[in-house]
Design a protein around this ligand. Structure first.
Ligand code: HEM
Length: 193
């Protein structure tokens, strides 16, 4: 197997881990909105933290290293085309945002969930809102649409900024829809008699 194929293999393994981790986080966050039990609410916060540390971070490191050497192997420059800039640019944004704002958010959510459980609090709307603020929802629900834009850059390879920003704007619209509807959808079961 030649170096290029090895790098490509590593790149694909990397974004499978990263994407798989982001999908797992989506499910654990959905469960947090969906459950009525404090125990499941705390478990959801614990799994969100675990998926980030055990899947998203290792995947991101593998994708970054393999991506860097893929560029070198292909003789591509970092600024050669919108799809390349889109790929590493969005990756860098997500990596920094993921390890600062998002990490602070899910650590805070886990801490507040555990505190509410220790204080034998009921899983009230107040406890939910304190554990998952609007900022928390935005940074979590931004992950998958941005990941999809990066995969679009790698597979469809938009060669104009118009095409790139059309897809990017679409991803922001999807993020807004997820923030508005996912918590409501998850909780809609509460209304059922
Ligand atoms: C979340 C992060 C990333 C994801 C999801 C991702 C995804 C992808 C995908 C789906 C492809 C197409 C693979 C194929 O043709 O079969 C690709 C190719 C590529 N990626 Fe990424 N990538 C990411 C980050 C990066 C970064 C940070 C770099 C550079 C520093 C990079 C550089 C490249 C290069 C050079 C190719 C072209 C490989 C080729 O033509 O064979 N990627 N990426």
């Amino acid at each position: 197997m030649d170096i290029y194929s090895l790098l490509k293999f590593a790149h694909i393994i990397g974004f499978i881990l990263l994407g798989g981790g982001l999908l797992a986080v989506f499910i654990s966050e959905f469960e947090a909105y969906h459950t009525r039990e404090m125990k499941a609410f705390v478990e959801a916060a614990r799994y969100t933290a675990r998926f980030y540390d055990s899947l998203v971070i290792p995947g991101a490191i593998i994708v970054a290293i393999s991506g860097y050497f893929l560029l070198d192997k292909l003789g591509l420059g970092f600024f050669d085309a919108p799809w390349i800039i889109g790929m590493w640019g969005l990756f860098l944004f997500e990596f920094v945002e993921g390890n600062t704002i998002t990490r602070l958010q899910f650590r805070k959510t886990l801490g507040l969930s555990l505190k509410a459980q220790v204080e034998s609090k009921a899983l009230t709307e107040a406890v939910r809102h304190e554990a998952r603020t609007l900022l928390n929802q935005i940074v979590h629900f931004l992950d998958l649409p941005m990941f999809a834009v990066i995969v679009y850059c790698g597979t469809v390879r938009p060669d104009t900024w118009d095409e790139f920003f059309t897809v990017f704007t679409l991803a922001l619209v999807v993020t807004a829809l997820l923030v508005i509807f996912v918590p409501r959808l998850a909780r809609s079961r509460f209304q059922k008699p």
